[in-house]
Design a protein around this ligand. Structure first.
Ligand SMILES: *Cc1c(COP(=O)(O)O)cnc(C)c1O
Length: 382
């Protein structure tokens, strides 16, 4: 069923409902939006754009981003490297996970020929140079201060400045090319976090006395879940200004995930039961909606029936997912038409990031029907 559906192309979400009448959840990909976001980033960012594959590794997504001009991919596992290479043989992958298994390193180096490896410790530097040799670029990941990002990505990974200086010096002494990478945290709402991290990087590079191949400013660029989110151009302006002021005469990289894909996909769920103010739907926190809970995101929703949008006065509802435990519920309530009932659909917008890639399949519930909606915007705007 789902592999047949995968071949189908649709004109709109209404078309999905008309043709599939789905009692199962459907993940909708809007390639036109992906191409537009890719072009916006590639044109606006003053450097090379890598897509962080973990954010959404679906082939429709990879292909549309490629068509929008993304040629470089931040990968963290052999699965991701294989998936990108299979879809996009000309793509350039970077192994940007600071902790790599030996088998994965061997395959990355010998089978896929990767040349860029992130490290944040001496043991990892030893492992990487032992297996991949020294004709590589060692990217030293530095930890950055916790700022106003929804997710912190520096408490698990990242070297402190002194350690980073020592790592760069040693990598260079071994004959490797060197680079610096950081990640200010996902859904970073303060453009200035990039300036702070770029200043730290410039300081570390100067102390190490090495010439960097590039400075990778990471991901973290936000999607517009809330109106007051600064636009991407504000981030690019801060990065460009810091680059000039610091006199960094090296290429810049960025590795956005969320900002490239969030508003380019939606999840079409169906109401299987209404019990008062509670709606029981067919996707939830073990499926595509885990980030709605963990990231406290407020995705836009709309109700659709077989005959079109459900209209009328609104009320707030609790939304429960399909699994048999009480944890499968969204924390916040959602405003939906008070007439909504069993068999109607709820479309969640802004679901491109950290959604299908994070499903568990727990209890046999999985969103495995993935459709393309060509020639259309997502309908939620942003
Ligand atoms: C997850 C991740 C990204 C992407 O982060 P976003 O916040 O989605 O832009 C980039 N780089 C690394 C190393 C990551 O782990």
């Amino acid at each position: 069923m789902s592999s047949a559906a995968r071949e189908l192309r649709f004109a709109s979400v209404a078309d999905v409902i008309a043709r599939l009448n789905p009692s199962y959840p459907v993940f909708c990909v809007f390639p036109d939006v992906l191409r537009a976001r890719a072009r916006e980033f590639v044109d606006g960012f003053p450097g090379t754009v890598l897509y962080a594959v973990k954010c959404n590794p679906h082939p429709y997504v990879l292909k549309a981003l490629w068509e929008g001009g993304v040629r470089h991919f931040d990968t963290a596992s052999i699965f991701e490297i294989a998936k990108v290479t299979e879809q996009l043989p000309e793509a350039h992958c970077y192994f940007n996970h600071p902790v790599k298994g030996r088998g994965a390193l061997e395959a990355a180096s010998d089978v896929y020929g990767l040349k860029d490896y992130v490290v944040d410790t001496f043991s990892e530097l030893d492992k990487v140079t032992e297996i991949a040799g020294t004709d590589i670029t060692v990217e030293v990941r530095i930890a950055t201060p916790k700022g106003s990002a929804v997710y912190d990505l520096s408490s698990k990974f990242g070297a402190a400045p002194d350690e980073a200086v020592a790592l760069l010096t040693e990598a260079s002494r071994r004959g490797c090319r060197t680079a610096i990478a950081f990640h200010v945290g996902s859904q970073c709402l303060d453009p200035d976090a990039y300036r702070v991290a770029m200043e730290m990087s410039a300081d570390v590079a100067a102390r190490a006395g090495v010439k960097l191949e590039y400075l990778d400013v990471g991901g973290g660029f936000p999607a517009v879940y809330k109106k007051e989110t600064p636009p991407l151009s504000a981030y690019f302006d801060v990065i460009r200004a810091a680059y000039e002021r610091l006199g960094l005469d090296i290429p810049l990289f960025a590795e956005p995930g969320r900002a490239l894909v969030a508003d380019a996909c939606s999840v079409l769920t169906q109401v299987h039961l209404r019990k008062g103010d509670s709606l029981y739907i067919n996707d939830g926190i073990y499926g595509c909606l885990s980030e709605v809970r963990d990231g406290d995101l407020d995705p836009p929703v709309r109700a659709i029936s077989k005959t079109g949008p459900v209209e009328g006065p609104m009320q707030s509802f609790r939304i429960f997912g399909p699994t048999c435990d009480s944890l499968d519920v969204l924390k916040q309530t959602f405003d939906l038409p008070e007439s909504i009932g069993e068999g109607d659909w709820i479309e969640f917008g802004l679901m491109g990031a950290y959604s299908i890639g994070m499903q568990t399949g727990f209890n046999g519930f999985v969103t495995d029907t993935i459709v393309r909606i060509d020639g259309a915007q997502s309908g939620f705007g942003s």
